[in-house]
Design a protein around this ligand. Sequence first.
Ligand SMILES: [Zn+2]
Length: 294
Amino acid sequence: MRKFIAAMLLGVIGSASAQDFSGVEITSTDLGGGLYMLEGAGGNLGLSVGPDGAFLIDDQFAPLAGKIQAAVAKLTDQPVRFLLNTHWHGDHTGGNAAFAQAGAVLVAHDNVHARLRSGSSNAERSVPPAPVDALPHLTFSQSATLHLNGHAVHAFHVERAHTDGDVIVHFEEARVMHMGDVFFSNGYPFIDLASGGTITGYIDAQKAAYERADDATRIIPGHGALTDKAGLKESIDMLEAVRGRVVVLLMAGRSEDEVVAEIDLSDLSERWDGGFINGETMIRQVFRSLQTGR
Ligand SMILES: [Zn+2]
């Protein structure tokens, strides 16, 4: 299990040194209003372009910074002025130093700064402290609003969801939302318990996003295809189903392995299994999270 988690984390959190990025192409999807979703390797990117400069949400892995800058340059002649990290994982923050050196102001939740600065080491992985120039310049604890390119961009913190530093970004009038890794549209989500994530916080965060969205809102997930409020509802239903099944057995005193053996996720597996997190890992992370009370 440990080996499996370690291999899986390489994919989700990202150890850039272990991967070859030479074949990666950055593609863009036009969402209207100067907003784009960019995809390459690692977390999905959000982009706003316009007269005030480019605003980028997340930056994938360090070796991709040049390709991302080239993709942005195809859509605007303005440099990236602000860059927001949805959370601290390396597949969302790897390009920070390169963008900062090119003049971008890095924006994130307080805990993103703290975790990047200290790094982290536990049984499953070791992440060294980030270089000083990769650290966010401007951090906040609850929410921030950026006024640029004609948008009021609401960035709001959701507590203890995928990590303890998650931010969801909402272009309310343009009806575009970037949820970072508080949403995987392509499979069971990864909940980073070692970074303060919890299943209950994760569900609450998705519900908060659901309340803000309307039927026309395009939702950029951290990983997986562009989706919408109906797609988010499907995810909330799945998470509540898994949590409900685990709670019953946890309350009955079953061990983690017994819970894994007894729970049947076959009704969910066709839609949700096959991403980074398989059914067994999903059950284990939900069990461990609930053991901590959340
Ligand atoms: Zn992540």
